[in-house]
Write a new protein. Structure first.
Length: 330
Protein backbone atom coordinates (compact mmCIF):
# COMPACT_ATOMS: atom_id res chain seq x y z
CA UNK A 1 0.00 0.00 0.00
CA UNK A 2 2.78 2.37 0.85
CA UNK A 3 4.50 1.55 -2.45
CA UNK A 4 1.40 2.40 -4.32
CA UNK A 5 1.04 5.70 -2.56
CA UNK A 6 4.63 6.55 -3.34
CA UNK A 7 4.09 5.88 -7.02
CA UNK A 8 1.01 8.10 -7.06
CA UNK A 9 2.94 10.88 -5.36
CA UNK A 10 5.75 10.63 -7.89
CA UNK A 11 3.33 10.71 -10.82
CA UNK A 12 1.59 13.72 -9.36
CA UNK A 13 4.89 15.50 -8.91
CA UNK A 14 5.80 14.87 -12.55
CA UNK A 15 2.46 16.25 -13.73
CA UNK A 16 2.85 19.31 -11.53
CA UNK A 17 6.33 19.97 -12.87
CA UNK A 18 5.05 19.69 -16.44
CA UNK A 19 2.22 22.14 -15.76
CA UNK A 20 4.60 24.59 -14.11
CA UNK A 21 7.03 24.28 -17.02
CA UNK A 22 4.29 25.24 -19.47
CA UNK A 23 3.17 28.17 -17.42
CA UNK A 24 6.66 29.62 -16.94
CA UNK A 25 7.82 32.32 -19.47
CA UNK A 26 10.46 31.46 -22.05
CA UNK A 27 14.03 32.31 -21.18
CA UNK A 28 14.46 36.08 -21.22
CA UNK A 29 16.82 37.59 -23.81
CA UNK A 30 19.24 40.36 -23.07
CA UNK A 31 17.50 43.72 -23.11
CA UNK A 32 18.99 47.18 -23.37
CA UNK A 33 17.98 50.11 -21.27
CA UNK A 34 16.98 48.16 -18.21
CA UNK A 35 17.85 50.18 -15.17
CA UNK A 36 18.15 48.06 -12.13
CA UNK A 37 18.74 48.90 -8.52
CA UNK A 38 21.97 50.67 -7.69
CA UNK A 39 22.23 52.81 -10.85
CA UNK A 40 24.36 55.92 -10.84
CA UNK A 41 24.36 59.14 -12.85
CA UNK A 42 27.60 58.27 -14.62
CA UNK A 43 26.38 54.77 -15.32
CA UNK A 44 23.11 56.05 -16.68
CA UNK A 45 24.99 58.50 -18.96
CA UNK A 46 27.24 55.77 -20.30
CA UNK A 47 24.28 53.48 -20.68
CA UNK A 48 22.46 56.17 -22.70
CA UNK A 49 25.52 56.71 -24.91
CA UNK A 50 25.65 52.97 -25.51
CA UNK A 51 22.03 52.89 -26.54
CA UNK A 52 22.63 55.89 -28.86
CA UNK A 53 25.67 54.33 -30.45
CA UNK A 54 23.81 51.06 -30.85
CA UNK A 55 21.07 52.91 -32.73
CA UNK A 56 23.66 54.72 -34.84
CA UNK A 57 25.26 51.45 -35.73
CA UNK A 58 21.95 49.92 -36.70
CA UNK A 59 21.21 53.01 -38.81
CA UNK A 60 24.50 52.66 -40.66
CA UNK A 61 23.94 48.95 -41.09
CA UNK A 62 20.45 49.29 -42.53
CA UNK A 63 21.48 52.33 -44.61
CA UNK A 64 24.27 50.30 -46.21
CA UNK A 65 21.77 47.54 -46.97
CA UNK A 66 19.32 50.03 -48.47
CA UNK A 67 22.08 51.61 -50.60
CA UNK A 68 23.07 48.17 -51.85
CA UNK A 69 19.46 47.46 -52.80
CA UNK A 70 19.13 50.85 -54.56
CA UNK A 71 22.40 50.34 -56.40
CA UNK A 72 21.33 46.90 -57.58
CA UNK A 73 17.94 48.32 -58.63
CA UNK A 74 19.56 51.09 -60.71
CA UNK A 75 21.99 48.62 -62.28
CA UNK A 76 19.11 46.38 -63.29
CA UNK A 77 17.11 49.38 -64.55
CA UNK A 78 20.06 50.67 -66.59
CA UNK A 79 20.59 47.24 -68.09
CA UNK A 80 16.88 47.01 -68.92
CA UNK A 81 16.90 50.45 -70.58
CA UNK A 82 20.07 49.61 -72.53
CA UNK A 83 18.68 46.32 -73.79
CA UNK A 84 15.33 47.95 -74.62
CA UNK A 85 17.03 50.75 -76.58
CA UNK A 86 19.32 48.29 -78.33
CA UNK A 87 16.37 46.21 -79.47
CA UNK A 88 14.51 49.35 -80.54
CA UNK A 89 17.55 50.48 -82.58
CA UNK A 90 17.82 47.06 -84.16
CA UNK A 91 14.14 47.05 -85.10
CA UNK A 92 14.39 50.59 -86.49
CA UNK A 93 17.53 49.69 -88.47
CA UNK A 94 15.79 46.63 -89.86
CA UNK A 95 12.77 48.71 -90.88
CA UNK A 96 15.03 51.27 -92.59
CA UNK A 97 16.91 48.52 -94.39
CA UNK A 98 13.67 46.91 -95.54
CA UNK A 99 12.28 50.27 -96.68
CA UNK A 100 15.51 51.03 -98.56
CA UNK A 101 15.39 47.62 -100.21
CA UNK A 102 11.76 48.19 -101.22
CA UNK A 103 12.71 51.52 -102.77
CA UNK A 104 15.64 49.92 -104.59
CA UNK A 105 13.42 47.15 -105.91
CA UNK A 106 10.78 49.69 -106.97
CA UNK A 107 13.39 51.86 -108.66
CA UNK A 108 14.82 48.82 -110.43
CA UNK A 109 11.36 47.92 -111.73
CA UNK A 110 10.87 51.47 -113.01
CA UNK A 111 14.23 51.43 -114.79
CA UNK A 112 13.44 48.06 -116.30
CA UNK A 113 10.04 49.31 -117.48
CA UNK A 114 11.54 52.46 -118.99
CA UNK A 115 14.28 50.50 -120.75
CA UNK A 116 12.22 47.59 -122.04
CA UNK A 117 8.53 48.43 -121.93
CA UNK A 118 8.02 52.19 -121.57
CA UNK A 119 4.63 53.68 -120.91
CA UNK A 120 3.25 56.82 -122.52
CA UNK A 121 4.28 58.83 -119.47
CA UNK A 122 7.88 57.63 -119.86
CA UNK A 123 7.89 58.88 -123.45
CA UNK A 124 6.28 62.20 -122.60
CA UNK A 125 8.85 62.89 -119.89
CA UNK A 126 11.77 61.92 -122.13
CA UNK A 127 12.83 59.18 -119.69
CA UNK A 128 12.47 56.38 -122.26
CA UNK A 129 14.63 58.26 -124.79
CA UNK A 130 17.28 59.06 -122.19
CA UNK A 131 17.42 55.40 -121.18
CA UNK A 132 18.08 54.41 -124.81
CA UNK A 133 20.65 57.21 -125.12
CA UNK A 134 22.57 55.91 -122.10
CA UNK A 135 22.62 52.42 -123.60
CA UNK A 136 23.73 53.69 -127.01
CA UNK A 137 26.42 55.87 -125.41
CA UNK A 138 28.03 52.79 -123.85
CA UNK A 139 31.47 52.49 -125.52
CA UNK A 140 30.96 48.78 -126.11
CA UNK A 141 27.74 49.53 -127.99
CA UNK A 142 28.74 52.70 -129.83
CA UNK A 143 31.78 50.97 -131.31
CA UNK A 144 29.41 48.79 -133.37
CA UNK A 145 27.28 51.61 -134.82
CA UNK A 146 29.04 51.57 -138.16
CA UNK A 147 27.86 48.01 -138.76
CA UNK A 148 24.18 48.98 -138.87
CA UNK A 149 23.54 52.75 -139.05
CA UNK A 150 19.95 53.98 -138.62
CA UNK A 151 19.16 57.18 -140.57
CA UNK A 152 17.93 60.27 -138.74
CA UNK A 153 17.36 63.57 -140.54
CA UNK A 154 18.90 66.79 -139.30
CA UNK A 155 15.50 68.49 -139.27
CA UNK A 156 14.35 65.99 -136.65
CA UNK A 157 17.32 66.87 -134.45
CA UNK A 158 16.60 70.61 -134.76
CA UNK A 159 13.08 69.95 -133.45
CA UNK A 160 14.29 68.10 -130.31
CA UNK A 161 14.03 69.97 -126.99
CA UNK A 162 17.45 69.19 -125.49
CA UNK A 163 17.99 69.44 -121.73
CA UNK A 164 21.27 71.06 -120.70
CA UNK A 165 21.94 70.06 -117.08
CA UNK A 166 24.70 72.55 -116.13
CA UNK A 167 22.26 75.44 -116.60
CA UNK A 168 19.03 73.54 -115.96
CA UNK A 169 17.75 74.78 -119.29
CA UNK A 170 15.90 73.29 -122.25
CA UNK A 171 17.40 74.26 -125.61
CA UNK A 172 15.22 73.94 -128.71
CA UNK A 173 15.90 75.63 -132.01
CA UNK A 174 12.29 75.07 -133.03
CA UNK A 175 10.95 76.79 -129.90
CA UNK A 176 13.17 79.80 -130.46
CA UNK A 177 12.60 80.19 -134.21
CA UNK A 178 8.83 79.43 -133.94
CA UNK A 179 8.36 79.98 -137.71
CA UNK A 180 5.16 78.32 -138.87
CA UNK A 181 4.58 77.00 -135.33
CA UNK A 182 2.43 79.73 -133.87
CA UNK A 183 -0.48 78.53 -131.68
CA UNK A 184 -4.05 79.27 -132.71
CA UNK A 185 -4.31 82.30 -130.45
CA UNK A 186 -1.52 84.13 -132.36
CA UNK A 187 -2.72 83.28 -135.85
CA UNK A 188 -4.65 85.64 -138.10
CA UNK A 189 -4.17 89.18 -139.38
CA UNK A 190 -4.58 90.71 -135.92
CA UNK A 191 -1.11 89.45 -134.93
CA UNK A 192 0.60 89.66 -138.34
CA UNK A 193 2.85 92.61 -137.52
CA UNK A 194 3.75 91.32 -134.04
CA UNK A 195 4.60 87.85 -135.40
CA UNK A 196 6.73 89.34 -138.16
CA UNK A 197 8.54 91.61 -135.68
CA UNK A 198 9.40 88.70 -133.41
CA UNK A 199 10.58 86.45 -136.27
CA UNK A 200 12.82 89.20 -137.63
CA UNK A 201 14.19 90.01 -134.16
CA UNK A 202 14.92 86.37 -133.29
CA UNK A 203 16.49 85.69 -136.70
CA UNK A 204 18.84 88.65 -136.22
CA UNK A 205 19.71 87.56 -132.67
CA UNK A 206 20.37 83.97 -133.74
CA UNK A 207 22.56 85.06 -136.65
CA UNK A 208 24.61 87.28 -134.37
CA UNK A 209 24.79 84.56 -131.73
CA UNK A 210 25.97 81.91 -134.20
CA UNK A 211 28.66 84.31 -135.37
CA UNK A 212 29.59 85.11 -131.77
CA UNK A 213 28.57 88.77 -132.17
CA UNK A 214 25.33 88.97 -130.19
CA UNK A 215 24.51 92.60 -129.29
CA UNK A 216 22.38 94.15 -126.57
CA UNK A 217 20.29 95.82 -129.25
CA UNK A 218 19.40 92.43 -130.75
CA UNK A 219 18.42 91.04 -127.33
CA UNK A 220 16.32 94.14 -126.60
CA UNK A 221 14.56 93.78 -129.95
CA UNK A 222 13.54 90.21 -129.03
CA UNK A 223 12.34 91.35 -125.59
CA UNK A 224 10.28 94.17 -127.14
CA UNK A 225 8.72 91.80 -129.66
CA UNK A 226 7.71 89.36 -126.91
CA UNK A 227 6.25 92.19 -124.84
CA UNK A 228 4.20 93.48 -127.79
CA UNK A 229 2.85 89.99 -128.42
CA UNK A 230 1.73 89.74 -124.78
CA UNK A 231 -0.01 93.13 -124.88
CA UNK A 232 -1.74 92.38 -128.17
CA UNK A 233 -2.91 88.97 -126.90
CA UNK A 234 -4.81 90.50 -123.97
CA UNK A 235 -6.31 93.10 -126.31
CA UNK A 236 -7.56 90.57 -128.87
CA UNK A 237 -8.46 87.68 -126.54
CA UNK A 238 -9.77 88.61 -123.06
CA UNK A 239 -7.85 86.75 -120.32
CA UNK A 240 -9.72 83.56 -119.39
CA UNK A 241 -9.35 79.83 -118.85
CA UNK A 242 -10.12 79.22 -122.50
CA UNK A 243 -7.77 76.70 -124.11
CA UNK A 244 -6.83 79.03 -126.96
CA UNK A 245 -5.82 81.78 -124.54
CA UNK A 246 -3.91 79.44 -122.22
CA UNK A 247 -1.96 77.90 -125.12
CA UNK A 248 -1.01 81.38 -126.29
CA UNK A 249 0.14 82.36 -122.78
CA UNK A 250 2.24 79.21 -122.51
CA UNK A 251 3.80 80.02 -125.88
CA UNK A 252 4.74 83.45 -124.56
CA UNK A 253 6.47 81.82 -121.60
CA UNK A 254 8.54 79.73 -124.00
CA UNK A 255 9.46 82.85 -125.94
CA UNK A 256 10.54 84.53 -122.69
CA UNK A 257 12.70 81.49 -121.92
CA UNK A 258 14.19 81.66 -125.40
CA UNK A 259 15.04 85.32 -124.87
CA UNK A 260 16.98 84.46 -121.71
CA UNK A 261 18.54 81.42 -123.36
CA UNK A 262 20.23 83.29 -126.18
CA UNK A 263 22.05 85.49 -123.63
CA UNK A 264 24.07 82.56 -122.23
CA UNK A 265 27.46 81.75 -123.65
CA UNK A 266 27.08 77.98 -123.37
CA UNK A 267 23.67 78.14 -125.05
CA UNK A 268 25.16 80.27 -127.80
CA UNK A 269 27.66 77.52 -128.62
CA UNK A 270 25.05 74.74 -128.51
CA UNK A 271 22.50 76.67 -130.59
CA UNK A 272 25.18 77.36 -133.16
CA UNK A 273 26.01 73.64 -133.35
CA UNK A 274 22.33 72.72 -133.66
CA UNK A 275 21.83 75.26 -136.43
CA UNK A 276 24.81 73.85 -138.33
CA UNK A 277 24.02 70.22 -137.50
CA UNK A 278 24.72 67.99 -140.50
CA UNK A 279 24.36 64.50 -139.00
CA UNK A 280 22.31 61.89 -140.80
CA UNK A 281 22.17 58.92 -138.39
CA UNK A 282 21.28 58.02 -134.82
CA UNK A 283 24.99 57.56 -134.16
CA UNK A 284 25.61 61.20 -135.18
CA UNK A 285 22.91 62.34 -132.73
CA UNK A 286 24.41 60.32 -129.86
CA UNK A 287 27.88 61.72 -130.53
CA UNK A 288 26.46 65.26 -130.69
CA UNK A 289 24.64 64.86 -127.37
CA UNK A 290 27.72 63.40 -125.70
CA UNK A 291 29.89 66.24 -126.96
CA UNK A 292 27.62 68.93 -125.51
CA UNK A 293 26.43 67.06 -122.40
CA UNK A 294 22.81 67.05 -123.55
CA UNK A 295 19.84 64.86 -122.70
CA UNK A 296 16.29 64.70 -124.01
CA UNK A 297 14.08 67.29 -122.33
CA UNK A 298 10.37 67.27 -121.57
CA UNK A 299 8.47 67.88 -124.82
CA UNK A 300 5.70 70.43 -125.15
CA UNK A 301 2.24 69.23 -126.24
CA UNK A 302 1.89 69.20 -129.98
CA UNK A 303 4.69 68.61 -132.48
CA UNK A 304 7.36 67.85 -129.87
CA UNK A 305 5.27 65.27 -128.07
CA UNK A 306 4.30 63.67 -131.38
CA UNK A 307 7.97 63.57 -132.39
CA UNK A 308 9.15 61.52 -129.38
CA UNK A 309 7.50 58.16 -130.26
CA UNK A 310 9.05 58.29 -133.75
CA UNK A 311 12.40 59.26 -132.30
CA UNK A 312 12.13 56.47 -129.74
CA UNK A 313 11.47 53.96 -132.54
CA UNK A 314 14.66 55.05 -134.34
CA UNK A 315 16.82 54.81 -131.22
CA UNK A 316 15.25 51.46 -130.29
CA UNK A 317 15.94 50.13 -133.78
CA UNK A 318 19.56 51.29 -133.54
CA UNK A 319 20.07 49.65 -130.17
CA UNK A 320 18.43 46.40 -131.21
CA UNK A 321 20.47 46.24 -134.39
CA UNK A 322 23.71 46.87 -132.50
CA UNK A 323 23.02 44.44 -129.69
CA UNK A 324 21.86 41.92 -132.28
CA UNK A 325 25.20 42.31 -134.08
CA UNK A 326 27.07 41.85 -130.83
CA UNK A 327 24.81 39.02 -129.58
CA UNK A 328 23.67 36.97 -132.63
CA UNK A 329 21.87 34.48 -130.41
CA UNK A 330 19.31 37.03 -129.32
Amino acid sequence: MSCMRTAVNVAGAVVLVAILARSLPSPARAQLGIIGPGSTVQGDILRGEGIFLNGAGLYNYYTAGANAINTDTWMRLNEYLYQSNRLAWQRAAKRREEELQRKKDHHKKILDRIANNPEQYDLERGDALNSLFESLADPQVSSSFRLSPVPLAGEVVRAIPFFYGPEDATISMQRIATKGKWPVGFRGDAFASERRAYEQAIDTALEQQIEGKLSREAIQAVATAVYNLAVKLDQVIPPSRDKVYLEAKNHLKRLETAKELIKRGSSERILSEIDKYSGTTVHDLVVFMQKHNLRFGVPDPGDERELYPRLYASLRLQLDSVTGARNPTR
